[in-house]
Design a protein around this ligand. Structure first.
Ligand SMILES: *[C@@H]1O[C@H](CO)[C@@H](O)[C@H](O)[C@H]1NC(C)=O
Ligand SMILES: *[C@@H]1O[C@H](CO)[C@@H](O)[C@H](O)[C@H]1NC(C)=O
Ligand SMILES: *[C@@H]1O[C@H](CO)[C@@H](O)[C@H](O)[C@H]1NC(C)=O
Ligand SMILES: *[C@@H]1O[C@H](CO)[C@@H](O)[C@H](O)[C@H]1NC(C)=O
Ligand SMILES: *[C@@H]1O[C@H](CO)[C@@H](O)[C@H](O)[C@H]1NC(C)=O
Ligand SMILES: *[C@@H]1O[C@H](CO)[C@@H](O)[C@H](O)[C@H]1NC(C)=O
Ligand SMILES: *[C@@H]1O[C@H](CO)[C@@H](O)[C@H](O)[C@H]1NC(C)=O
Ligand SMILES: *[C@@H]1O[C@H](CO)[C@@H](O)[C@H](O)[C@H]1NC(C)=O
Ligand SMILES: *[C@@H]1O[C@H](CO)[C@@H](O)[C@H](O)[C@H]1NC(C)=O
Ligand SMILES: *[C@@H]1O[C@H](CO)[C@@H](O)[C@H](O)[C@H]1NC(C)=O
Ligand SMILES: *[C@@H]1O[C@H](CO)[C@@H](O)[C@H](O)[C@H]1NC(C)=O
Ligand SMILES: CC(=O)N[C@H]1CO[C@H](CO)[C@@H](O)[C@@H]1O
Length: 649
């Protein structure tokens, strides 16, 4: 979803040139021109030495001294806001029936002040530079090691803040304004507010942040400034991330994630460098797999671009982006070497861009500009038609990503140990029909074709595998149905994807005209039941995991046997096989905090307030994991603490 700079280069370096971002020189294509933050030998040496991750086994005294002398501590460019200055006013809680749910959600709401930050820059160090892109207004960080504003996370953070109210309505406004500033400066919203993110974006949800802000506050002051900037961001995706595909004698325009880049991602330099150049792959069990040949220059450049593009998608990484997912399933060879991100036209990205087109059309209508409004509505219509033509599959009754390399939809993936009957039905031997939460974005955003999105029975049919998964598995809905070690695959349950699945069902229209018969009303009721069931399952996962890590309410005292000071953790992702298990895999340890998880919980409590039940957690045993350590967004772990010598030059 996003990455961290392993060594906390979130830092200051005196006398380094602070020059414009975005850089190309000869063969080097990098996100910015800084030889510290973005490319080149210094970054390479520091990252590959891993002084922070591996300081016990790597004796790199000279390097450590250099870093200690010239770099600030991670997070030192930010300042926390005193919780005394921050008020919350979550009126919706009075509508939540279960007092346990209400107690839990109010503790979730109390996490916001801990995640609220202001940029304070390099302090007294004049001439110092930082990898941080300064933002002028208070914002909420994602949590854990993500110490800067992250783009797509912020949509769900804003959904939560707007319901938290009090000081947080204005902070939601500030978060949006910060992103508008970035569009003004760079033409798009970078993945996060760091210089090393300047050549890539993330799922473009800024227009939707503006929409929900306006819906909640009815305060349209922001719109005048926002609208041209939202168009500017849209144009970036239209110009830099859109391709034409000819099909059946017609050209269709659709979008993909595609970052120009031929270097390791600076913030995950070590991982990318290894993925691309190592001769041997060591899997989680410690087995060694030797590659049969090295990648040539062209292949290296393509792989680095696909790695950056996978990060731009927010789904870093997933079998969705792999040409050959079998290495990811078995954790052998180099699971990510077959990344194919740029060749995929993703259902989710195109659904979001459809939503942005429709939303901008609505903003113009609101301002009385009907010709602009209808021009934007036309764009939306064309995209929906293109999606139907290239992505919709009537046999499997779902949207699928379109693969430009094969000129076909990606319908089948390998069968695995977890394949269910529904997965295997209609697939060739050894394969299953792909399931991914991305397939449901068209129901959230309205990009689905009218004959389906207006028919409750059709929506139920499209959601049948979601319903089956709730029956089969104890947890909520995983990102895909392929079990790999990657973050955006089974068994990981991502809170924003639960929101999308649920909202897609909530959007089902109930047509009460004379044409609608009893069966329609009944189907409609079933879609809403399924929405509630999904919300309840996500609530159960978040609540039971929180209790398992020390959370308590008046009715549910803290379980015994937990270490001192452990008072319940909200995680960035969960597990589909139990309601008290966290997700795992991928490039970094499970992160806690956590912005979008909180946002989706608060949203669900508001939307389903009356109908949510007190979660049943069964018999809880204290969480085993020693790796789980409470760590607020800018606190230092002891490992980082040696780099505190700040602002020296
Ligand atoms: C471009 O790269 C060359 C070779 O590394 C270097 O000598 C030159 O200074 C660079 N130019 C700029 C503008 O950075
Ligand atoms: C690390 O290297 C320094 C000199 O480079 C030496 O003095 C020190 O003993 C070494 N430490 C360890 C733990 O090997
Ligand atoms: C900045 O300068 C002021 C006045 O010289 C001093 O009191 C303060 O401690 C300095 N702050 C930092 C972060 O060095
Ligand atoms: C923050 O405000 C300053 C001063 O008004 C301005 O120069 C700067 O561009 C702003 N930053 C952003 C990211 O817009
Ligand atoms: C609308 O929002 C702006 C920015 O927060 C604020 O200054 C203004 O007072 C608000 N207007 C109303 C009518 O609340
Ligand atoms: C977007 O495309 C334009 C026009 O081709 C190009 O000048 C610009 O560098 C691209 N931006 C990014 C971030 O790749
Ligand atoms: C589709 O676009 C391509 C490239 O722009 C063009 O060569 C081709 O003639 C177009 N095909 C149709 C059917 O319009
Ligand atoms: C893999 O490469 C390592 C180092 O080059 C070598 O020691 C090992 O025998 C190789 N393993 C296999 C299975 O080829
Ligand atoms: C790199 O390898 C590809 C095959 O994957 C080949 O098509 C291409 O010609 C090679 N390029 C160079 C410069 O060797
Ligand atoms: C759930 O999956 C995790 C790993 O993803 C595993 O450790 C655990 O044993 C599984 N639990 C159940 C109940 O299957
Ligand atoms: C919630 O509580 C209200 C008032 O106590 C009650 O009328 C309603 O039936 C309850 N709803 C549910 C779903 O339990
Ligand atoms: C490496 C690369 O593609 N750099 C591009 C980053 O984006 C800017 C525009 O925003 C381009 O000018 C660079 O070429």
């Amino acid at each position: 979803m996003r990455s961290h700079l392993a060594l906390g280069i979130a830092a200051f370096l005196a006398r380094a040139p602070l020059s414009a971002a975005l850089y190309q020189n000869g063969s080097v294509i990098a996100p910015c021109d800084s030889p510290i933050y973005c490319y080149g030998d210094i970054l390479k040496q520091i990252e590959l030495a891993r002084p922070f991750e591996d300081s016990k086994t790597f004796n790199n005294t000279a390097l450590n001294e250099f870093l200690g002398k010239y770099f600030g501590k991670a997070g030192s460019e930010l300042e926390a806001i005193s919780p005394d200055l921050l008020e919350t006013q979550p009126d919706f809680l009075s509508n939540v029936n279960s007092s346990t749910v209400s107690d839990f959600i109010s503790q979730v709401i109390d996490i916001w002040p801990d995640l609220t930050r202001r940029y304070v820059g390099a302090g007294n160090c004049s001439g110092c530079v930082t990898s941080f892109i300064p933002v002028n207004r208070t914002f909420v960080v994602a949590g854990g090691r993500f110490r800067e504003p992250y783009y797509w996370d912020s949509f769900w953070i804003v959904e939560g803040l707007l319901r938290t109210k009090g000081s947080f309505t204005e902070i939601a406004y500030n978060i949006i304004e910060n992103f508008l500033d970035l569009v003004d400066l760079y033409g798009f919203v970078p993945n996060g507010a760091r210089r090393y993110y300047l050549n890539r974006s993330q799922p473009p949800l800024l227009t939707q942040m503006v929409r929900v802000y306006l819906e909640h506050t009815q305060n349209t002051t922001m719109l005048k400034r926002a609208l041209p900037l939202l168009e500017k961001e849209y144009n970036f995706f239209a110009q830099n991330r859109t391709v034409q595909v000819e099909r059946g004698g017609k050209n269709y325009s659709l979008s993909h994630y595609a970052v120009s880049n031929n270097q390791p991602r600076p913030e995950s330099y070590y991982e990318d460098y290894q993925t691309a150049t190592n001769q041997s792959y060591y899997n989680k069990e410690g087995e060694i797999f030797n590659s049969t040949r090295s990648l040539n220059e062209t292949e290296l450049a393509t792989l680095y671009a696909n790695l950056a593009s996978g990060a731009e998608s927010g789904w870093d990484y997933s079998s969705r982006w792999l040409k050959n997912p079998s290495d990811a399933v078995t954790d052998t060879y180099f699971p990510l070497r077959s990344l194919n991100t740029m060749n995929i036209l993703p259902v989710d990205l195109n659904s979001i861009l459809y939503y942005n087109e429709i939303t901008i059309a609505g903003f113009y209508r609101q301002l009385g500009n009907y010709s602009a409004s209808s021009a934007w509505a036309k764009l939306a219509k064309a995209r929906s038609e293109a999606m139907t033509a290239l992505m919709w599959d009537d046999e499997h009754y779902s949207y699928f990503d379109y693969n430009m390399a094969s000129g076909a939809k990606n319908i089948y993936v390998l069968a695995d140990d977890t394949s269910t009957e529904a997965d295997l039905a209609g697939a060739p031997a050894g394969y299953q029909v792909e399931f991914s939460a991305a397939q449901f974005y068209p129901f959230w955003t309205g990009a689905a074709t009218a004959s389906i999105k207006k028919d409750p029975a059709a929506i139920l049919r499209a959601y049948s595998r979601v319903a089956a998964s709730l029956d089969d598995k104890a947890g909520a809905i995983s990102a895909t149905n392929l079990l790999t070690g990657q973050q955006w695959d089974e068994p990981n349950v991502w809170p924003p994807l639960q929101y999308i699945l649920i909202q897609g069902l909530i959007n089902t229209p109930l047509e009460l005209d004379e044409d609608s018969d009893d069966s329609t009303a009944d189907d409609y009721a079933q879609t809403q039941e399924l929405a509630l069931k999904l919300a309840q399952r996500y609530l159960d996962s978040a609540f039971c995991t929180w209790r398992d890590t020390g959370g308590s309410t008046p009715d549910f005292p803290k379980i015994e046997g937990l270490p001192e000071g452990q008072n319940g953790i909200i995680f960035e992702k969960y597990n589909d096989n139990a309601t008290n298990a966290v997700g795992g895999g991928g490039e970094y340890a499970v992160v806690e905090g956590f912005g979008w998880s909180n946002g989706v919980l608060i949203w669900a409590a508001d939307v389903f307030g009356q109908r949510l039940q007190t979660p049943e957690c069964g018999d809880l045993k204290p969480a085993q994991s020693k790796k789980i350590r409470k760590k607020s967004a800018v606190d230092l772990s002891s490992r980082d603490a040696q780099w505190v010598k700040n602002f020296k030059s």
